[in-house]
Design a protein around this ligand. Structure first.
Ligand SMILES: [Zn+2]
Length: 294
């Protein structure tokens, strides 16, 4: 209780010193947090992106370097791991092929890590040859299990959703999954709709709901920094289904693109914190699907 009081008092003091709530909401540029109730599972956050890493007695399993346009995020990530353990970093596993999550891995490569990604991520990255993104050494087709120092991590390709290369990383003992961008926690998918597969995305959510897990570590911090639950995944599914059904009707009446993009509202979902900014991306993507066939 005293700690709670102190942190509230500290926050109020910071508010007073900084002169307003806008500044008081600023968070430190990065943070490393051990996931509650686990022995060795950590979240490294830098800015508004984050990745999971697991420390075992035989080395570290890291995920997404999150260094797009900011190489210092990756050197910080490696330094933060070294503060926790002297074990070598054995693996870096990419969640999917998008640069905002996987660019910048060179410091991990220099530390000797083996890079793993879904096979479609590797094929895409080989084509794009982004100078800042390490090409995976090994690939996953449908699934692969990594066992290291007593920790088991299952990598599963669950189908098309926000990208065509998404892995679900599951810690069966901890009943935790780490998967990125397609199950946002407490917000709607916005820009993440751009190159998505909306119909298959719904199938992927049904599949992930059938897996055994309790907590979800997202690739962008959830509302208030919380982890996700199956309820969050169900809420995203309900949103996608409603948005899809509404645009489908309008599209078949010839209202894509302009009318839908300018006029359509989904009042049932207006309570989501990023509703206004997400809707243009959502409506454009569903017009692509139902108004064009893509
Ligand atoms: Zn993405």
């Amino acid at each position: 209780m005293l700690r709670v009081f102190n942190s509230i008092a500290g926050a109020m003091l910071a508010l007073a010193l900084l002169g307003g709530p806008a500044q008081a909401q600023q968070q430190p540029p990065f943070a490393t947090t051990k996931v509650e109730g686990t022995d060795n599972v950590y979240i490294f956050r830098y800015g508004n992106s984050q990745a999971m890493f697991i420390v075992t007695s035989a080395g570290v399993i890291a995920t997404d370097p999150i260094g797009y346009g900011r190489p210092q995020a990756v050197t910080t990530y490696v330094e933060e791991i070294k503060k926790v353990t002297n074990q070598p970093i054995r693996y870096v596993i990419y969640s999917h092929h998008h640069f905002d999550h996987i660019a910048g891995g060179k410091p991990f490569k220099d530390a000797g890590a083996t890079f793993i990604a879904h096979k479609q991520a590797k094929a895409r990255l080989e084509r794009l040859k982004d100078p800042h993104t390490v090409i995976p050494d090994e690939t996953v087709d449908s699934n692969r299990t990594i066992t290291l120092g007593g920790t088991t991590l299952e990598l599963t390709y669950i189908g098309l959703n926000h990208s065509d290369s998404m892995l679900v990383m599951r810690l069966p003992k901890e009943r935790i999954i780490f998967t990125v961008d397609w199950l946002p926690v407490g917000s709607l998918p916005g820009r993440g709709m751009i190159d998505s597969y909306p119909l298959e995305w719904e199938d992927s959510i049904k599949k992930v709901l059938a897996m055994d897990w309790e907590r979800l570590i997202p690739g962008h911090p959830g509302a208030g920094g919380r982890l996700g639950t199956k309820k969050d995944a169900q809420d995203i599914l309900a949103f996608l289904q409603d948005a899809s059904a509404e645009v489908k009707k309008a599209a078949q009446e010839g209202k894509c693109w302009d009318t839908v993009e300018k006029e359509m509202k989904l009042p049932k979902h207006a309570h989501w914190p990023n509703y206004e900014s997400a809707m243009p991306f959502v409506l454009r993507r569903y017009c692509g699907l139902w108004g064009r066939g893509t």
